[in-house]
Every structure is written in C-alpha cells, then in structure tokens.
Design a protein around this ligand. Structure first.
Ligand code: BGC
Length: 426
C-alpha cells in the first residue's frame, strides 16, 4: 500500500514538473545543498515543526493556534510543562523534608530560598516558577493561577507577589521564604542567561548570607552557574531543570537535583514528525505505532494533544537516588534508535534553528541528540544558531526556503511565529 502511494506521488510530481517547468530534473531527488529547489511543493505547504518554544502570547500564555495550524503538516514538540513543574517543586520539598536536620543553616526556623527565573514570557519558565512556589506554599494567586513574577528581594517576607509558606516537619513548623528572585536576562537581552545568574548569586549571598538555605533555578544552565560560583563551596543544595550531563554529574558534589524533560524523546519527535510528513505516512508512524524498523514510543514518555497540534514529552526527577541512570544526556532513547532504510526514506533536507547558540540545554543536550537522530532518520539538517536576542538574526538566514524540504523552528520570542511563516508564505 505504501509503495503504491509513493509511486502515485512520484507520478504526480513528475507530471507536474513536466507541465509546470518542463525541466528534466527528478524533483524527488534529495537536495544537493545548492540553490536549486528541492521539490515543487510550495514553501507554505512544507512540513513545519515548532519546538522548545511554543507559539504563544508571551504575556498571557495563550497558544498561537494560527501558527500551530500553519498548514496540515505543522506541529509543536516540547514537554509537559505543568507535570515537570510539579515534579520540580515536589523534588525541592522532599529534599527539605528529608534534610531538615541540616537544611536551616542559621537555625532561625525560616527556610530561605532564592530563585533564578529564565524568561518571564516563556510558558516553561512560568510553569517552573509556579511549580516551586506552589509546592513550598509561597505562591499567591493572581487571575486564577499562581503569580510567576520575579520579586526582586524580600528580606522580611513582605513582598506581594509571594507569601511566606509553612511546612510541618517532625512536629515542628517551619517558615519557607522566597528571599529573592530575578529574571536572568543580560544587558543585550538574552534570557535564561547563566552568567547573569552567576553574578546574581554573588549579590544575593552578600545580602542574605546564611539565610539562604536553598537555591532553585528554572534550568540547569543558570543553576550550575550559581552552584559553581557559590553554592558548591557553601554546601547549599541547588536545584535545576533539564538534566544536562554536567548538572547530573554535580549531584555527586551536592547539586540537589534536576528534572529530565526527556530531551531524547523530544529530539526524536522533532525530526520524526517531519520525516512522517515528508514520507506522506500517518503521523503516528514510529511514534505510537511501531514503524518497520521497530521504532515506537510507549505512552509513559509522551502525550499528543491533537487540538493543540502538540507533542509533549513527560518529565522525570533526577536526584541522588537515580542520577547514575542519567549521566549522559546525549544518548538516544533506545526504543527509537533504529536506522530507517534509505531506499524507503530517501534523504531530505531540513532547515533547523536554535534560538541561542549558547543556550546550555539546547547546545549541550538537544542538538547532540538531534544530530544522532538526523542520521537515523535520513535527514540532512542544516543547523542555524541564533544570538538569543534578535529574531532577524535567524530569519535572515532563512533566505532561500525553497532549498529545503521541511523546517524546524525554535523562536527567540514565543510571539514571533509570524516572522517565520510570513517568509514561508511568500
Ligand atoms: C530549557 C531551558 C532552555 C529553554 C530555551 C527550556 O525548555 O529548560 O534550559 O534555556 O528551554 O528555550
């Protein structure tokens, strides 16, 4: 059946190219990397996957359904932000409970924490801030959800965007206070900025000293920067997110824990949805339905939300109990590690950008995974690294979309989908 579809498609394409351009070229051939068109498919009809930054309103979080429905082959791949956020919050709370004898460094009965916020307009970052505040009882409701704003400093517990929480442990009541939080944005505008977090912890440590019992971060890039510059030497547990290899290794040295967002599953899904769309097969092939090479994902590692056109990987907490299983974040997920047959799945070319070439998670975990899967899926991917600040730095490098068969897009700002789709619609 599949052969028949492929043959029919080929016949249709040949007929089209004979009438439309009269050229003798076989348009189903892979691109040679030159300026030539790869096919007669219009750019607006080519498969498109948004990943890591979900098209959405950066103030309200509302999904940008126009971008998510750009064409019939458009999807988003990310992870379940709320499930992961809850896990992160619970991981921190569990740690406090099981280390209560040593956690309160100055013995004042107040467990103080500071928090590094990645990007106040990024749904993942917002969810993580809320997850921690919710688990520790420091969250304040605003418009039906926990306020995720950074508070600056909150020495005496009087900040209005958070409140003091309480934890009952072994019959004693402790206060939990968010002493400080800040969006880690550098002066040029890059968010999730690790260096900014490294500086912030220095400032916070000099004002709060041993009032800081815990450091929490929206990701490992910032978390490790704070750990290396301050918390490791001061024995203060620091919690991040992403399970980058360096952060997992640091658990042996006192890093409190991290969350794996199953980048091994996400990187696969990012390229797999493109592969399936290019092959003209059911989108579930090699995802929920085993493909002919044996690739399949079990439903405990991802969910698909059809209305949102979104695949979400599920998260796993990584702590001192299990970190040995997560030491290399760039290993492909074994159930989807089988090579596709090149004759059935000919090489296709993909344009893919990473919004910030120096983002720790995307650079040290996600891209190495993509580079392994692109071989397994016979995709010739051109990787474009942005500066993390300006969308045009990236869109300028999408000058000739006709050269590619499909696109994978990681935006600088989640509101900016139209900057890309307008190029593809031209
Ligand atoms: C990751 C961060 C990363 C961000 C980039 C998040 O999912 O956890 O580490 O900086 O994506 O968009």
């Amino acid at each position: 059946m599949k052969k028949k579809i492929v043959l029919l498609t080929l016949a249709a394409v040949l007929a089209l190219s004979a009438t439309a351009c009269g050229s003798g070229g076989n348009s189903s051939e892979p691109s040679d990397g030159g300026d030539a068109k790869t096919s007669d498919v219009a750019n607006k009809d080519k498969p498109l996957v948004w990943y890591n930054r979900q098209p959405s309103n950066s103030s309200t979080g509302e999904l940008d359904m126009t971008a998510l429905n750009f064409n019939d082959d458009t999807y988003y791949v990310g992870f379940d932000a709320n499930q992961g956020a809850e896990l992160q919050g619970t991981m921190v709370k569990d740690y406090i409970e099981s280390h209560i004898d040593e956690i309160d460094r100055n013995g004042d009965g107040v467990i103080g924490y500071v928090m590094a916020i990645g990007d106040i307009g990024h749904n993942d970052s917002i969810a993580r801030t809320r997850g921690v505040r919710s688990a520790l009882g420091t969250g304040v409701e605003a418009d039906g959800a926990i306020n995720s704003e950074p508070i600056g400093t909150n020495t005496d517990g009087s900040a209005s965007a958070v409140k003091d929480g309480t934890l009952e442990i072994n019959g004693k009541t402790y206060t939990v206070r968010e002493l400080a939080s800040q969006e880690m944005k550098n002066s040029a505008g890059a968010t999730w900025d690790a260096a900014t977090a490294g500086n912030a912890i220095g400032t916070w440590a000099s004002s709060f000293g041993d009032q800081i019992d815990i450091v929490v971060s929206n990701n490992d890039g910032m978390g490790m920067s704070m750990f290396n510059s301050w918390s490791k030497d001061n024995g203060v547990p620091t919690f991040g997110y992403d399970a980058n290899s360096d952060a997992v290794a640091a658990i042996a040295e006192g890093y409190g824990g991290t969350i794996s967002q199953h980048a091994d599953v996400q990187a696969y899904l990012t390229l797999r949805v493109l592969r399936n769309a290019l092959d003209g097969v059911d989108i579930d092939t090699g995802i929920g339905t085993e493909d002919e090479a044996g690739n399949v994902l079990s439903d405990d590692v991802y969910v698909y939300n059809e209305d949102e056109r979104s695949y979400y990987a599920l998260n796993v907490a990584v702590t001192a109990d299990n970190y040995q299983d997560f030491t290399d974040s760039t290993v492909v997920w074994e159930p989807v590690s089988n090579q596709l047959d090149e004759s059935e799945h000919p090489t296709k070319s993909v344009w893919l950008d990473i919004y910030n070439a120096s983002d720790n998670f995307l650079g040290s975990t996600y891209q190495p995974l993509l580079q392994k899967y692109d071989d397994l899926l016979n995709l010739d991917v051109e990787y474009i690294g942005g500066d993390g600040q300006t969308e045009s730095n990236i869109t300028n490098r999408l000058g000739n979309p006709s050269q590619y068969d499909a696109f994978a897009i990681n935006m600088v700002k989640t509101d900016n989908a139209a900057s890309y789709t307008s190029i593809l619609s031209q």
